[in-house]
Design a binder for this molecule. Structure first.
Ligand code: MEV
Length: 445
């Protein structure tokens, strides 16, 4: 088949084509089309039923994209040990989480508490009239909201959740005539996005009908407009707090060149820098999300939502800052992380993705609150490992070993070649050219 040219790339009705035909079109953009199709197909699941599940998660699927599924052992949280599943492509994240978890398992483990689990949804609307009129019907309106969503909230209420509260928010100082109805929810063990959005769309319908039919708004139909209704991914009241602590003395031996006290001071300074400088804070927080996202993906949770909330929370004082803090008081070192984590252990992908289900089983089928503690402990573990490396030997040593293996795999090195390369590159600079050179020499007869 000829290579597809850029101007032929507008394809009408692509979604209606068979998967095989979509694949053929896509392969026209690749080198070696026949081999490309074979390669993409080799990642299809051999069990058609399983493949169908994956195809139905999304749209226009042509293959599956594998990401390594690793495990961090020895994650002790509030006295209980866990094996935590981590799905991540970045080399060294699992190793970093594991070594940190092991260190802290010998120094009291992670301590964690869920502060609260409130989630937020908003109906955004315009009202050009008197605010008092809105206030005069607000109780009537929210009662109508509750009636209209009784069929949706019944099950959630049985599980201990549901709608918590309604608030009329006057935003007219920001945008003329703009108001919100801000609704708080408890979605118990589910992430709750579908539940919240379903409720909000009912509320929006009720609000429109109030504007049309309620005597207070008679003749004012043109003065009101429901703009949209949607959950907020910012959940500053769905927060978990996790920390590790030990005496400064216990940190003796953590590094060959620094005493426990020197290490603690340098570590505290590194975290302080991430509190005052947003360039460093962004990377510092990225290190936290290395662990949290990996747990989120392994358990079928929405890591984009988690990150969005985390970064907004990091800016809640008006300045973007590190999500973790370090302190030394009376000879004790304490390293803490506080962040919003709107995650679930029922519903959505958590039950549909066969591996997400297994991840949750591995964790003992935790409640959402428990999973908040687990994910944040792994985030703190990764953050600790990263900052520890940065203030001691640097991160490149650990990264380079993984980098070496990536290059060796790319060069299809045998186990024997990998073993010899690992020894050789302990004392030599790792780069693609150097590794390629070394392997080529090894392979010369
Ligand atoms: C790399 O994925 C993450 C780090 O850059 C985090 C940090 O610098 O704190 C190591």
């Amino acid at each position: 088949m000829p290579r597809r040219r850029k101007r032929d790339l507008i394809i009408k009705g692509f979604s209606k084509l068979l998967k095989e035909d979509k694949l053929k079109i896509v392969a026209q953009l690749m080198d070696k089309q026949v081999e490309s199709i074979e390669l993409m197909k080799s990642f299809w699941h051999t069990d058609h039923k399983v493949q169908k599940i994956f195809d139905e998660f999304s749209e226009n699927t042509i293959s599956n994209f594998y990401i390594p599924y690793g495990v961090a052992p020895n994650v002790v949280i509030n006295g209980k040990a866990h094996l935590v599943p981590l799905v991540i492509e970045e080399s060294s994240v699992v190793a970093a989480a594991s070594s940190s978890a092991k260190f802290w398992s010998e120094h009291g483990g992670f301590h964690s508490e869920v502060v609260d689990v409130v989630k937020i949804g908003q109906v955004h609307f315009i009202w050009k009239g008197d605010k008092e009129k809105l206030l005069s019907v607000f109780d009537e309106l929210t009662a109508a909201f509750r009636r209209a969503t009784a069929h949706i909230t019944e099950n959630m209420e049985k599980r201990g959740g549901g709608i918590l509260d309604f608030e009329l928010v006057d935003m007219t100082d920001k945008i003329e005539d703009y108001y919100q109805i801000k609704v708080s929810f408890n979605t118990v063990d589910s992430m709750g996005a579908n539940f919240i959005n379903s409720c909000l769309e009912e509320f929006a319908g009720e609000l429109k009908s109030f504007f049309r039919n309620h005597h207070v708004f008679k003749g004012k139909e043109k003065d009101c407009l429901v703009v949209m209704s949607i959950l907020s991914n910012y959940t500053p009241d769905c927060v978990v707090r996790t920390w590790v602590e030990c005496s400064v003395e216990e940190l003796n031996g953590i590094d060959n060149d620094l005493s426990g006290e020197e290490f603690a001071e340098k570590f505290r300074m590194a975290v302080k820098i991430a509190e005052v400088d947003e360039y460093r804070a962004t990377t510092h927080n990225k290190g936290i999300f290395n662990g949290i996202d990996a747990v989120a993906i392994a358990t079928g949770n929405d890591f984009r939502a988690i990150e969005a909330a985390g970064h907004t929370y990091a800016s809640r004082t008006g300045k973007y800052k590190s999500l973790s803090t370090a302190e030394i008081h009376d000879g004790r070192f304490k390293f803490s992380l506080e962040l919003p984590l709107a995650i679930g252990t029922v519903g959505g992908l958590t039950n549909l993705h066969p591996l997400a289900k297994k991840s949750l089983e591995m964790l003992g089928n935790p409640s959402a609150k428990k999973l908040m503690m687990i994910a944040s402990a792994v985030g703190l573990a990764n953050n600790f490992a990263a900052v520890k490396s940065l203030v001691t030997k640097g991160i490149q040593i650990g990264h380079m070993k993984m980098h070496l293996f990536n290059i060796l795999n790319h060069l299809q090195a045998s186990d024997e070649e990998k073993k010899r390369a690992e020894e050789y590159f302990l004392g030599h600079k790792i780069s693609f050219a150097n590794v390629n050179d070394y392997i080529s020499k090894l392979r010369k007869p």
